[in-house]
Design a protein around this ligand. Structure first.
Ligand SMILES: [Zn+2]
Length: 588
């Protein structure tokens, strides 16, 4: 008896084992599959979906029976990676991975580690599915190997065909199909568009700045995930913002509830740095000078204080070319996450008084989830709290806007943690900063990248922002405040000496992010009459804003963005029952 006999037996079983593994792999997605089938109903579309599904399954089988081992292993790795991406996104967000979402995910790929910490269990399941797929394809096919390179030609054709289909459908329609193919097809579209893109430099600054009226710093402070009504300046049940009290030498002009550009960080941030109106923001982001270029042309030193990333990592769609326009690029990697916003306030306060005319843009840590550990326990006035100790080193998870909480009770605790975070990192920030503003001649604009849906109306599950179909205005409703040192010189144009409080009273609850860029240009000395045609009116202009934000900022593949209107009166009220009933309880 030789050893060849059992081995032959094993090789006879291999094709069956591979097919069983593939079938097992496909069951991981039964929920999405069933949902898609149910949503299509008995229709021609269902027939088309069935054909597409079968073709993609055959492509997986083809890959599994490729003859050369290296080809099989490369295919297995690519398909497993695609599977991990799709499941990682869809299972944590509950939203389909359409092309816009794919672009956003690629843009925020630096946050994968944070996502792992937040969504560990879900991503582990996605990893397990990918492993099953890898094994199904990589194992040797025995005697059933495909000839003529069919093993790789069939899956490659499947990716190309799906890419074409998704392109024609604006990046949508892959929901419920075998998971690995959609990210690979989206990646192929992205690579194709990138290759076709003209690599031309941005336009130079075309306006001539007059000498600015004040010589104090011009500052934009971008907070993170701040729901307008959770601050005391916008609602009696809001928490301490540090902006409500009178302080000598400083004016805080509250524009009330404003509309963000988008309900996701990267889009809002990009347009805050490049400007543009709802009609021109994409052209501005593509072709026009950055705020850094305008500030430099106006003789300012450009300063970026980023509390969210470390070690020079770029975020919010900033490119290395843009980063080179920044004179002082500051990140706070050495400071614990909990202390970063306060450290920002200290550094910013010093810069306001350093005698250098600067333009400063600040990305705060703010209140992006996870937030259970974003404040010290001793500073937790609002209880009960969610479990602590799991997310202390995490600033945010931009890539995977997943569940903040699941049940109504978890959401209640989440909102309490959110209140404590705001008190600590926004209230604390301004308490440290505002005494330093007096006498500096500076003008600071304060807003947040987007708002939050904190599920006040009850109902379990669901993300806080970045969803493709927001259920209300909360995700786009942000605070907008101008903080100015009183005093300042005479002359044309806005400065610290402008009557900001009167302007804010007139334009309350009627402004948006789109008004910030032209206002910064005016503060830098650019005449608003010249910048208005492309960048729109400033915060000082009487024109009311439509108060809309977009959930599909990228609006790629020839589509136009959708705009959601915010009705300030209809925004959710922070429920005081979250903490009032149990606030006196000793057990918490
Ligand atoms: Zn954000």
């Amino acid at each position: 008896m030789t050893k060849a006999s059992p081995r032959r037996k094993a090789s006879a079983w291999l094709p069956i084992a591979k097919l069983l593994l593939l079938a097992l792999y496909l069951t991981f997605d039964y929920a999405a599959f069933a949902q898609r089938v149910a949503s299509l109903g008995p229709s021609l579309e269902l027939a088309a979906f069935a054909i597409l599904y079968t073709a993609l399954v055959l492509a997986l089988v083809g890959a599994a029976f490729a003859r050369p081992a290296p080809v099989r292993i490369v295919l297995a790795a690519l398909l497993a990676a695609g599977s991990l991406m799709l499941h990682g996104y869809e299972w944590t967000t509950g939203a389909p991975l359409v092309y816009d979402a794919f672009e956003t995910m690629v843009a925020s790929r630096g946050d994968a580690g944070n996502a792992m910490a937040q969504h560990g269990a879900t991503l582990l399941r996605a990893g397990l599915a990918a492993l099953v797929l890898f094994a199904a394809i990589a194992l040797p096919p025995g005697r059933l190997a495909l000839p003529f390179g069919l093993g790789w030609i069939v899956p490659a054709l499947a990716v190309a065909a799906l890419a074409g289909l998704l392109y024609l459908r604006g990046g949508e329609g892959a929901r419920g199909l075998p998971a690995p193919f959609s990210p690979l097809a989206q990646g192929a579209i992205m690579a194709g568009l990138h290759a076709l893109k003209k690599d031309r430099p941005r336009q130079a600054v075309a306006f001539a700045p007059a000498p600015a009226r004040g010589d104090g710093d011009v500052v934009l402070v971008i907070d993170e995930s701040i729901s307008a009504r959770y601050l005391d300046i916008n609602h009696p049940a809001g928490v301490r913002s540090g902006l409500a009290q009178e302080r000598s030498g400083v004016v805080t002009a509250n524009f009330g509830v404003a509309a963000a550009v988008a309900n996701c960080s990267s889009g809002s941030n990009l347009t805050l740095r490049f400007g543009g109106t709802r009609e021109s923001y994409r052209e501005a982001a593509e072709d026009m000078p950055s705020i850094w270029a305008y500030a430099r042309r106006a003789g300012r030193r450009t300063v970026y204080l980023d509390a969210q990333r470390e070690d020079g990592a770029l975020q919010n769609l900033m490119t290395p070319a843009e980063a080179r326009e920044i004179d002082d690029f500051v990140q706070l990697g050495g400071t614990p996450v909990l202390e970063r916003d306060r450290e920002l306030a200290r550094q910013l306060g010093e810069r306001l008084g350093n005698g250098v005319a600067e333009f400063i843009l600040v990305n705060k840590v703010g209140a992006h989830f996870p937030i259970a550990d974003k404040f010290p326990l001793a500073a937790a006035s609002y209880r009960p709290l969610p479990p602590r100790g799991r997310s202390a080193g995490i600033t945010d998870i931009a890539a995977l806007p997943g569940q903040g909480a699941d049940t109504e009770e978890e959401w209640r605790r989440y909102r309490n943690a959110y209140r404590n975070t705001l008190t600590w990192s926004t209230g604390g920030f301004f308490d440290l900063l505002l005494p330093r503003v007096a006498g500096s001649g500076a003008v600071l604009l304060y807003t947040a990248d987007h708002g939050q849906n904190l599920h006040e109306g009850g109902g379990p599950g669901g993300p806080t922002h970045c969803v493709p179909e927001p259920r209300g205005g909360e995700e786009g409703a942000v605070p907008l405040v101008v903080i100015a040192a009183t005093g300042g010189g005479p002359g044309e144009g806005p400065s610290a000496a402008t009557d900001w409080e009167a302007i804010a009273a007139t334009n309350r609850d009627a402004m948006s992010h789109f008004r910030i860029f032209p206002t910064m240009l005016a503060l830098l000395g650019y005449p608003p009459e010249q910048t208005k045609a492309f960048y729109g009116p400033t915060l000082l202009a009487p024109e009311k804003d439509p108060l809309t934000f977009t959930p599909n900022y990228n609006a790629s593949l020839g589509r136009d963005p959708i705009w959601y209107r915010i009705d300030p009166a209809a925004l959710a009220t922070p429920p005081t029952s979250d903490y009032r009933a149990r606030r006196l309880s000793v057990s918490d």
